[in-house]
Design a protein around this ligand. Structure first.
Ligand code: SOE
Length: 425
């Protein structure tokens, strides 16, 4: 049952309407705050992504002037002690230890899914059936078939006034949102190259344990689904078009690892003595692709790029200019205006901290940069606005399904020695 009131006030991150009230923090309270209807959130999962999403829900209404008041109503996890500790740490009012109980609660408007991919489909389908809005972490599912069922359910739910969104948070970096608007304005002209890499190194040590991200039955795939899904979504978002086919290579460099010996914290974990297990996912995925415009794209996703911690890098080359972004320097966007005289043309650094840059009017004075966690604040902000207006948020479950189909095509191509594989439609 949807209890959130709808208001006509919604704006896109690229619009420059004032919604700042920095310096006048919003008072959060149970239920309605300052006359705003509540949006009561129930979150499933409390590990790395649960902590990140919690930051988003906790902060969005204190920084942005939202049409609804997000309320951190309930958090769910199977371990009663751990979930209670997570609730206290991250500001959730109550706990559940069974997601089915959370989904059935009539004091929840939105279910936020922060679990490993193997449970996304089941929870999302149940939440939509129970009348809730849904935010689901990426990748949407562990297979294209699951994602199809989720997208179909989301479409039906949209007709009932429920909204569903996928958590591709890197669209919400101010610099990537600015890059999108510059591409849309035609500053690069026709795109020729979209070059994207996502490089991490937390698996370089062969003794790193076999955590859930290395098990196909839990994660669906490896670097491909975890990191590749992000760069597929970001490349398509920035280009404003969808890939038509791919040619791919994948590899699992370390095929057997020690079993975990305790709790996983973020991307860290300790190994158990002796026992080992098979790695059943890819360690790295490299692929090329085509866009309908004729632009060519290249992708690299790996957890073995020694020294690279969270290096999501994008370069777009168009007939009139180029843009480059690196997540490890996320307050910056490089821009080359190819129409300037060669004598003084060159890449210049745009410090994306001005109040008229996306999302920045609500934050700090110019030059006082943002970080990783702010993408989750912006994600919560954008979803609240979409819910208030009853407008389909982006990326939708249909967008998540399309990314899942690209992932499936990459796996199919890699299995067939890189044969060019069209993306299913
Ligand atoms: C692990 O590689 C991970 O935490 C991803 O799962 C996230 O989606 C990404 O934002 C950071 O890296």
């Amino acid at each position: 049952m949807i209890r959130s009131a709808r208001t006509p006030h919604v704006r896109h991150p690229d619009q420059d309407e004032e919604d700042s009230h920095m310096g006048q923090p919003q008072q959060q309270s149970e239920g309605t705050e300052a006359g705003k209807p509540p949006l009561r959130v129930g979150m499933v999962g409390y590990a790395f992504m649960g902590a990140a999403h919690s930051q988003g829900w906790r902060t969005a209404g204190r920084v942005f002037d939202l049409p609804l008041n997000p309320v951190q109503a309930v958090i769910c996890g199977r371990d009663a002690t751990a979930v209670r500790a997570a609730a206290d740490r991250h500001g959730w009012a109550s706990v559940e230890t069974d997601w089915r109980a959370l989904v059935e609660r009539d004091d929840i408007d939105l279910v936020d899914i922060c679990t490993p991919g193997d449970s996304h489909a089941e929870i999302a389908l149940a939440a939509l059936a129970a009348g809730k809005h849904v935010l689901c972490e990426k990748p949407l599912a562990n297979s294209a078939e699951e994602a199809e069922a989720m997208a179909a359910a989301a479409e039906a739910a949209y007709g009932r006034g429920q909204l569903a969104m996928v958590g591709f948070n890197y669209r919400r970096v101010p610099a990537t949102a600015l890059a999108r608007s510059m591409v849309a304005e035609g500053r690069l002209g026709s795109l020729r190259h979209v070059r994207v890499t996502y490089l991490q190194d937390w698996l370089v040590d062969p003794e790193f344990p076999l955590t859930w991200r290395l098990r196909k039955e839990l994660a669906g795939s490896g670097a491909l689904g975890d990191l590749g899904a992000h760069i597929i979504d970001l490349a398509q978002y920035l280009a404003g078009e969808q890939l038509t086919g791919v040619s791919a290579l994948t590899e699992t460099f370390v095929k057997e690892r020690p079993l975990p010996g305790g709790a996983v914290k973020g991307l860290s974990a300790v190994s158990a003595e002796g026992a080992t297990g098979q790695v059943t996912v890819d360690d790295a995925a490299l692929f090329t692709g085509r866009f309908p415009s004729g632009a060519l794209a290249s992708f690299e996703a790996t957890r073995y790029a020694t020294g690279r911690k969270n290096a999501l890098r994008v370069e777009l080359n168009g007939e009139r200019g180029s843009l480059a972004f690196d997540l490890e320097r996320l307050n910056e966007l490089s821009y080359h205006d190819g129409t300037e005289p060669a004598a003084h043309a060159g890449f210049r650094r745009i410090l994306v901290t001005e109040p008229d840059h996306p999302y920045l009017d609500a934050w700090w004075p110019p030059g006082h940069g943002l970080g990783y966690e702010h993408t989750f604040v912006h994600q919560a902000r954008d979803l609240v606005h979409a819910i208030a207006e009853g407008r389909q948020p982006e990326p939708s479950f249909a967008d998540g399904l399309q990314v899942q189909r690209v992932l499936a095509a990459v796996e199919e191509s890699a299995e067939k020695n890189s044969v060019y594989t069209p993306i299913a439609v």
